[in-house]
Write a protein that binds this ligand. Structure first.
Ligand SMILES: Nc1ncnc2c1ncn2[C@@H]1O[C@H](COP(=O)(O)OP(=O)(O)OP(=O)(O)O)[C@@H](O)[C@H]1O
Length: 259
C-alpha cells in the first residue's frame, strides 16, 4: 500500500496552544497516515514538542480538535490515549538501570496488560503473550544478544534504542519519538535510522528529528513548522525544494547535504 492510500490514523484540526498571551501553536492541521513515518521539523521553538504534547495528551489544548483512530481524543488524558494505542518513547532516565534489558521490556509490556485485558481495542494480553512481545521487541531492537545485560551497561546508542523498545512493548498503533538520535555518536545513527524505518511495518511513527539526513531518508511525509504554524507539508523531495522551507532554515541545511 502506498502511503497516500493508507487511512488516516491521527488528525489534528486547528490545534492551538496559548501560554498566556504567547501563541505556541496557532492552529495546526496535521494528517498522519497509518504505517508511515511522519516527521515534524522546524527551527528551535517552532512548536514541535508542544504539538507532541497536544497529540499525546500530555498537556491540554487551547483550541482545535484531535482525532485518533476514529475517536475524538481532544480532551482525553494521556493514559486514556495510551490505551487507545499511542505511545511516546521513554527517556533514558526512565530505564531501570539495574534491571536487564529483558526485564525493562517486560515491565513496559506489563504496564498496559491490565488495561489491555479489559480493553476492546486490545486482545487479552497474558504472560505468554507478553513474553512473545518482549522477544519480538528484542529482535527488532537488535538487542537479543544483550537481553540479560543491565541497561546501565549498554552504550548510549543501545540505551536510546531500548527507550524506543519500551514504547514498543506497549504494542502501540502510533509511536511518538522526540529526537531519538539526540546525543548519539555517528556509529549509532544508522542503527537508529534502520530501527525507525522498520517500525512502520507494524506501527505508525510520528517523529521529531533535527538530523536532516535521517529525516530526508526515512520519512514518508514531512510537516514543517515555524512559529507555531505549519509552513509546508509533503514528501522529502517536495520539502527539500520548497522555497519557504529553505528560507525558514536560513540556507541549505534542509537539503541534508545535497544542494
Ligand atoms: N510552559 C511554557 N510556557 C511558556 N512558553 C512555553 C512553554 N512551553 C513551551 N513554550 C514556548 O513555546 C514555543 C515552542 O516550544 P517547543 O518546545 O514546542 O518548540 P520546539 O519546536 O519543540 O523547539 P526545539 O526544537 O528547540 O525543541 C517556544 O517559544 C517555547 O519557549
Amino acid at each position: 500500500m502506498t502511503s497516500a492510500a493508507a487511512p488516516i490514523l491521527l488528525e489534528a484540526r486547528g490545534v492551538q496552544k496559548h501560554y498566556g498571551k504567547f501563541v505556541a501553536l496557532g492552529g495546526v492541521d496535521l494528517q498522519v497516515r497509518a504505517n508511515t513515518v511522519h516527521s515534524v521539523i522546524g527551527p528551535n521553538g517552532a512548536g514541535k514538542t508542544t504539538l507532541f504534547h497536544m497529540l499525546t495528551g500530555n498537556k491540554t489544548v487551547s483550541g482545535g480538535k484531535i482525532v485518533f483512530d476514529g475517536h475524538d481524543v481532544t480532551h482525553e488524558p494521556d493514559h486514556r490515549r495510551v490505551r487507545r494505542g499511542m505511545a511516546r518513547s521513554f527517556q533514558v532516565t526512565s530505564l531501570f538501570p539495574t534491571l536487564t534489558v529483558r526485564e525493562n521490556l517486560r515491565l513496559a509490556a506489563q504496564g498496559v496488560a491490565p488495561a489491555g485485558a479489559h480493553d476492546p481495542w486490545h486482545p487479552p494480553f497474558g504472560r505468554r503473550a507478553r513474553a512473545e512481545v518482549v522477544h519480538g521487541v528484542l529482535k527488532r531492537l537488535g538487542l537479543e544478544r544483550l537481553s540479560d545485560t543491565p541497561s546501565s551497561n549498554l552504550s548510549h546508542g543501545q540505551q536510546r534504542r531500548l527507550e524506543v523498545g519500551m514504547a514498543l512493548a506497549a504494542r502501540p498503533k502510533a509511536i511518538f519519538l522526540d529526537e531519538p538520535t539526540s546525543g548519539m555518536g555517528i556509529d549509532d545513527l544508522d542503527e537508529m535510522k534502520d530501527l525507525i524505518q522498520g517500525l512502520k511495518e507494524e506501527h505508525t511513527v510520528v517523529l521529531i528529528e533535527h538530523n536532516m539526513n535521517i529525516v530526508m531518508n526515512i520519512s514518508d511525509t514531512i510537516t514543517v513548522m515555524q512559529q507555531g504554524r505549519v509552513i509546508a507539508e509533503g514528501k522529502p523531495d517536495e520539502i527539500r525544494s520548497n522555497a519557504l522551507v529553505r528560507a525558514a532554515y536560513l540556507g541549505n541545511m534542509i537539503t541534508g547535504g545535497k544542494a
